[in-house]
Design a protein around this ligand. Structure first.
Ligand code: BG6
Length: 471
């Protein structure tokens, strides 16, 4: 791997910080939304007031990252910590908090990679304006971005405009602060919200570039490539549609500045015209010429099958979009939450994206959620080690054998925090945080076995992936 490859890990601050209403922070959508459990999982949601207390442990957490040898660390600036309501003035204490964190990362030689929206829209913007469905919220977001970038200029090189922007469709409330209006169809929501978040992304990108011409800006999506269940044209078509709407749409627009034909046709077939002014289109086009890289999360692959009982194309497509989890892949194992583990799927996706976009790619999330127990101060997470080893082996093949331009690999995650469904049972960290579902215990940090393994991987620039750690 090239010597400046960005090895490290990533977190979502809204899921880790806690300090819920401290130092002027306002409530955000992650704090207030009632989450729906994942299919087949009994709900055990934590409240977010303490999470894993990263707000008070941030220095110790970064010291542990430095000990692992991180070259880069991705985190998010919680929107409601900077703008408690969203339509108000910036909160100096919030800005100062992230600035000291960024300064400390730079001091430690760890490149900060900053995400600007990550499930953290101020709750007030959802309740009063209906989030990104309202164009005023795009203005508030742009102002928010401007304040942050002016403050951090020269200290942050890599920016991600919007975490998993494409999931604004599957989870409009958490991802975009939107509750579907009753007088709007699903398809209208899909069309307008996709348009609006793309404008928000483009405005943010333009603002960052205007303030700091040295900054590198990327779009970020969540991925799960859909494979056809059977080798039939019908399943292939179904999977193609799913991939277009879920994995390609955002990157297609971000890199060309135009709606791709399949999306224009999606709207035409449903007689939908979106509110998308000439001026907004010009911003999206302009941003598409400046985007530096494409970032994505990858945890699993998916399977898609035709629905032969539905004859009408529009109805079939709508049903495919609504399907949250397709058929099981008979070739793959899954974790306890049913997420299908597919390391070769990552190699496939890297090739697929690189062929299509010819832009540097950046893996900014990849990991496995596990229910873990601390025994005598230790966590033997060999399953995590195998998961990362297999994925790293495949990204290396994509780079070294297939010629993909990959900037870095950020694992999910450096330390434990609450899952997007507010679960502490589903842990991702290389560092264990001692808290339980209903008891905060002492929130002490413990190095898991994978901590030492990942330290070795980074030290050897990805050459030595063997699980031979003496723990
Ligand atoms: C991504 C998000 O969807 O996946 C993260 O960007 C999230 O915030 C991660 O934590 C893993 O998902 P989950 O639901 O297991 O937390």
């Amino acid at each position: 791997m090239k010597s400046d490859f960005l090895w490290g890990a990533a977190t979502s601050n809204v899921q880790s910080e806690g300090a819920y209403l401290e130092d002027g922070k306002g409530l955000n959508v992650y704090d207030t939304l009632v989450v729906t459990p994942e299919p087949g999982i009994a709900p055990m949601f934590c409240d977010t007031s303490v999470a894993t207390d990263h707000y008070h442990h941030w220095k110790e957490d970064i010291d542990l990252m430095a000990e692992m040898g991180f070259k880069a660390y991705r985190f998010s600036i919680v929107w409601s910590r900077i703008n408690p309501l969203g339509d108000d003035e910036p909160n100096e204490k919030g800005l100062a908090f992230y600035e000291q964190m960024i300064d400390y990362l730079n001091e430690k030689g760890i490149e900060p990679v900053v995400s600007l929206v990550h499930f953290d829209m101020p709750d007030h913007l959802m309740r009063k304006y209906n989030g990104f469905l309202n164009k005023q919220v795009i203005e508030f977001f742009d102002r928010h971005v401007e304040v942050i970038v002016r403050r951090m200029k020269g200290k942050v090189r890599y920016w991600l405009t919007y975490n998993e922007i494409n999931y604004c469709i599957g989870m409009p409330d958490l991802v975009a602060g939107v509750i579907k209006p009753q007088d709007m169809t699903e398809a209208e929501l899909i069309s307008q919200l996709n348009t609006n978040v793309l404008i928000a992304h483009s405005r943010a990108l333009e603002t960052i570039k205007r303030i700091d011409s040295e900054a590198k800006v990327g779009g970020m999506i969540g991925t799960a490539p859909s494979f056809p269940l059977n080798c039939t044209s019908q399943d292939m078509l179904a999977a193609k549609f799913k991939n277009q709407m879920q994995n390609y749409l955002m990157f297609d627009v971000m890199t060309t500045g135009e709606f791709p034909p399949y999306f224009a046709n999606y709207m035409k077939q449903r007689n939908i015209t979106v509110d998308y002014s000439e001026e907004e289109q010009a911003v999206v086009r302009s941003a598409s010429r400046k985007i530096d890289f494409l970032a994505f999360s990858y945890y699993q692959s998916a399977v898609c099958a035709d629905k032969p009982e539905i004859k009408d194309t529009v109805e079939k497509q709508d049903a495919l979009i609504r399907e949250k989890r397709g058929p099981r892949n008979p070739n793959l194992k899954a974790n306890a939450w049913g997420w299908q583990i597919d390391p070769e799927g990552l190699r496939f996706l890297l090739n697929d994206f690189y062929d299509r976009y010819k832009k540097p790619l950046f893996i900014v999330e990849n990991g496995i959620g596990r229910d873990e127990e601390l025994v005598d101060g230790k966590v033997y997470d060999d399953e995590r080690i195998s998961y990362h080893a297999a994925h790293i082996a495949n990204l290396k093949k994509a780079v070294e054998e297939d010629g993909v331009d990959l900037m870095g690999y950020l694992a999910w995650s450096p330390f434990d925090f609450l899952s997007s469904h507010k679960e502490i049972r589903k842990r991702y960290g290389f560092v264990y945080v001692n808290r339980a579902f209903d008891d905060l215990l002492d929130l002490k940090r413990y190095r898991k076995k994978s901590f030492y393994w990942y330290q070795k991987v980074i030290r050897t620039n990805g050459e030595d992936l063997a699980n031979d750690i003496d723990y």
